[in-house]
Design a binder for this molecule. Structure first.
Ligand SMILES: Cc1cc2nc3c(=O)[nH]c(=O)nc-3n(C[C@H](O)[C@H](O)[C@H](O)COP(=O)(O)OP(=O)(O)OC[C@H]3O[C@@H](n4cnc5c(N)ncnc54)[C@H](O)[C@@H]3O)c2cc1C
Length: 475
């Protein structure tokens, strides 16, 4: 049998004998796929189709032991290693060219202890799996707003969505995690065990090891919540966004309000003439008494002359997937993002100017409201630092053809530059595309960065886990 040629950690080609590859395969409960194996093409694919990489091996892990075997193999042979949780991150670090992809997508167990209000969640779970398991018991762990997002990557970067203002970020509800470190050891990370590692994985991404189980504390919610969208004409976007910033500033923590500027999808409650036209959308969710939510949200209808709205009680799990259709897998994506100290006039001007030049019908600019319980955790208590950031702007550039890459990426970059003077300079690490080291550093202030570098030097001195928003061990 021929040797397998793999990409090494520094990009050089390395040769691994057939016996060594077979040894890994034999040890695994799951399967080890080579480039010619059935299923290889599906398993290497991730959400963002701009990323088209071909690993030399894919370890389809089914247990923490499988992950340990794959990591030990990668470490022993110095193989470039990518770790795939949900495979949903825009930067595409879940897959590498020529190395080994540690694919966790089969590790989808999600169990809930309703009495203790605890969920144990596998690293291959999507938010839909977590929400389904917790909502069966009328409980919730705060996550993001698209149900296909992986729990793993979302948590390791911080995680926020519709109930984070009420119940904190995803990491604020993380009780413990099981982590396979670069030497293949399986460690527990919690406030009492390996507390430094526990600090680092709450915002520092996948730099320190592969998480094989997340233990979350849960809160009561639902099964229905008051939520929905109100759609305004684009001609009223300025006034709507001005009213939005005042309204959001006064909102209680139960209420979360996001603003999305884009072309209208063919929503049944909108007149057909509006479909495909630029609109200003306000999306709301209330994590509390629905009647109070309805009362608080009522004034939003008066922000302008709405084309239509769809507000009311909906199952939380339905609301969690309400926007999935706008973010389907399989198209090309590029994002740029800014943390904002406020939705100031400069940001509003930039949104209005740039959305009119968007390079495709699926492009959108959204303003996410943060704060509330998220802001009550100390800035240095976790590696996620930007607790006091009240808003962020995310530019979702989506298009179909590779021939449009330069135009699409160029639009996002010039929008980003135009907004920069009005933004805080920092960024949420989970919204960073492949933008180089400085943008990764922008996610952390200097003291946090230095602490993360020391932690990296301790847990992964060779930088085995480098396919991520990387924190190099040498700083
Ligand atoms: C459409 C869309 C909507 C989103 N909405 C939100 C939102 O509302 N709120 C929010 O906070 N974020 C949101 N995000 C961002 C999201 O949090 C990140 O994309 C996140 O990284 C996705 O996690 P994943 O497991 O799917 O990622 P992957 O692509 O699998 O991985 C992302 C990174 O994490 C590493 N990683 C993954 N799993 C593990 C693991 N088990 N152990 C160690 N490292 C691991 C990978 O190596 C990679 O570097 C959204 C993303 C998309 C594409």
């Amino acid at each position: 049998m021929a040797d397998t040629i793999l990409t090494g950690l520094d990009g050089q080609q390395i040769s691994v004998s057939a016996e060594q590859v077979k040894d890994l395969s034999d040890r695994m409960q799951g399967s080890l796929l080579g480039t010619a194996d059935q299923g290889y093409e599906d398993c290497r694919r991730i959400w963002n189709h701009m990323i088209d990489r071909r690993p030399g091996l894919i370890a389809m892990c089914e247990s923490a032991e499988d992950v340990q075997h794959a990591v030990r193999f990668a470490s022993e042979h110095g193989v470039l290693t990518a770790v795939c949780g949900g495979g949903h991150n825009v930067a595409g670090n879940a897959v590498c060219d020529g190395g080994i992809m540690v694919n966790l997508t089969r590790m989808k167990q999600a169990t809930v202890d309703p009495g203790a209000r605890i969920a144990n969640v596998g690293p291959g779970c999507q938010l839909a799996d977590l929400d389904r398991a917790t909502q069966e018991h009328g409980l919730v762990a705060p996550g993001g707003i698209i149900s296909e997002t992986g729990v793993a990557g979302l948590t390791l970067g911080g995680g926020f969505g519709w109930v984070s203002r009420k119940y904190g970020m995803t990491i604020d509800n993380l009780v413990s995690a099981d982590v396979v470190t670069a030497d293949g050891e399986l460690l527990k990370a919690s406030s009492t065990e390996n507390a430094d590692l526990f600090w680092g994985i709450r915002g520092g991404g996948g730099n320190f090891g592969v998480v094989t189980n997340f233990e979350f504390g849960l809160h009561p919610l639902g099964p229905e919540i008051y939520c929905g969208v109100i759609v305004f004409p684009f001609s009223e976007a300025r006034q709507v966004l001005e009213r939005y910033r005042e309204f959001a500033a006064a909102a209680p923590r139960e209420l979360t309000v996001w603003a999305v500027t884009r072309k209208a999808p063919p929503l049944p409650f909108l007149p057909e003439s509006v479909h495909g036209q630029l609109v200003q959308i306000i999306a709301v969710a209330y994590a509390g008494d629905p009647a109070e939510g309805e009362r608080l949200v009522a004034p939003v209808r008066g922000f302008g002359n709405a084309h239509g709205d769809h507000l009311g009680l909906a199952p939380f799990t339905a609301w969690q997937s309400a926007f999935d259709g706008l973010q389907t897998a399989g198209v090309r994506n590029y994002w740029k993002s800014h943390n904002l100290d406020s939705v100031n006039d400069g940001i509003i001007d930039t949104v209005i100017e740039y959305i009119q030049q968007a390079p495709g019908d699926q492009c959108e600019i959204f303003l996410a409201q943060l704060g509330g319980a998220m802001a009550e955790v100390g800035a240095t208590d976790t590696a996620y630092h930007h607790r006091s950031t009240p808003f962020l702007m995310n530019v979702h550039t989506r298009w179909q053809d590779a021939s449009d890459d330069d135009r699409a990426v160029g639009w996002a970059r010039s929008l980003f530059e135009a907004a920069a003077p009005h933004a805080s300079g920092s960024v949420y690490v989970n919204f960073v595309s492949n933008e180089g080291r400085q943008r990764v550093q922008d996610a952390y202030p200097a003291e946090t960065w230095d602490r993360l570098v020391s932690l990296k030097a301790k847990y992964d001195p060779r930088n085995l886990f480098r396919m991520n928003q990387n924190i190099p061990p040498q700083g």
